[in-house]
Ligand binder design. Sequence first.
Ligand code: SAH
Length: 518
Amino acid sequence: MSTTAKAGAGDGHVWLVGGGPGDPGYITVAGLAALRRADVVLYDRLSPPELLDECPPEAVRIDVGKAVGRQAMTQDQINAALVEHGRAGKRVVRLKGGDPFVFGRGGEEAEALIEAGIAVTEIPGITSAIGGLAAAGIPITHRGIAASFAVVTGHEAPTRSEQATDWQHLATAVDTLVVLMGVGNLDAIAAALIEGGRARSTPCALVHAATTPQQRVVAATLEHIAQAARDEGVEAPALFVVGEVVRLRSRLAAAGRGTLAGKRVLITRTRQQASSLAEALRSESALPVLLPAIEILRRADPSAVDAAVQALRSGAYGWVVFTSENAVEVTFELLRDRDADARLFAGARLCAIGPATADALLARGLRADLVPAEATGEGALAALLAAGAGGTQVLLPRAEGARMVLPDGLRAAGSTVDELTLYLAAPPASPPEGALDRIRRGEIDIVTFTSSSTVRNLVAVLGRDIEALRGALIACIGPSTADAAREAGFVPDVVAAEYTIAGLVAALRAAVNMREQA
Ligand code: SAH
């Protein structure tokens, strides 16, 4: 291809991406890479909503579940939209739940694109039929118990005259039968399977919203499963599984997956920072619920920044103290805007409060001279004074409304402190409704606070709904955060000994262990 070729018609490409059964961590590496480069994303009800945050901020997001007014787009309209964006030369991701080719109409979309001459790539996903069952502790095959399986749509009611599915034949043809889209037809399906020769006593289960924080399992025999589903109010999306493997659930479900397995954990830090904690929790089989209680609003006064840059250039500062990852990030943004870089700090000693802050500096090529053992204002003050910061000129870039312990203490020791206000940690303008609903329904097991501003802002975001969190285990990353939690009327059950994400998760494990043994 010539190097002067312009993007445009002919360059468009559509990726049909399987988003997995629900947990955003179950997308493939290839699927995630496609999302991160997308110009346009078309998604629907079953694709994990959190994955939309992985697209570039400027990407166009189209909900095909209700894109035209409140009305869902028809399949023809979806095909046409894919073709249109592909023709316009865009990188288009069609994000689907599970695998695109398992009752996902991915094949039809691929055909429409090929017919229109637009490049299309399918990136497989974990289908709910297998991965969703696994999340409920049900292996689809098991040595000695099930050596075959079938995945069937339950959308076609067995009573219809020209039925598409031969239920009676299927009844005994395979060991494990997984029915998708079957909740509405359970009576008829169960009856047809029994009529086809499957034992009434065959163990069955319904797994609703597998791998998400709403996951719920209802089990009964084939004879009673439809009634059990009605009694328990099981709704779509749900998997209906029939077969002896369901018995393994009691052994494989939560057991052995760790203390935090299945716990719904509220994460209140910013969206950008939530992922490290969410990933640590997911690897413990916990279910993270994201409600970013703070948004970082830029608040720097340009002339104050100019003055600080000037002073850095002239080597005036003995110390620069970074109090958080956010402070590092916003500082470097401001330097970039002024065509300056890390060399500005060459003459100063650097203090990073907390290991994550030190890592943020390291990522920008700067090794902190001092990382106070205790990541609090008091701990930092003591460490800075011991390191000889008293009497020097100190630059303190930080948040509006931050605690005064550090600047007051340094001034008392004869230092000149330039506080540079960079940002305000404010409550979000539009908090995610899904997370709010979960909180209101009292579904949260554990609340995590990773800074005092997350506590104060969560209170502001929730208003009276904060009461729904009173029964949850309250976990704080350190003592200042715990103080803020107490001020907000919480009783911190967990205060991490090491003020890091790993420290917080370890403390949580220990606390949940103790609670459950009590
Ligand atoms: N392509 C998807 C299936 C789409 S059909 C896949 O591979 O998983 C939609 C049906 O899938 C739903 O009616 C339900 O039966 C099932 N399903 C999808 N996600 C589910 C989930 N997280 N929990 C339970 N069932 C799910």
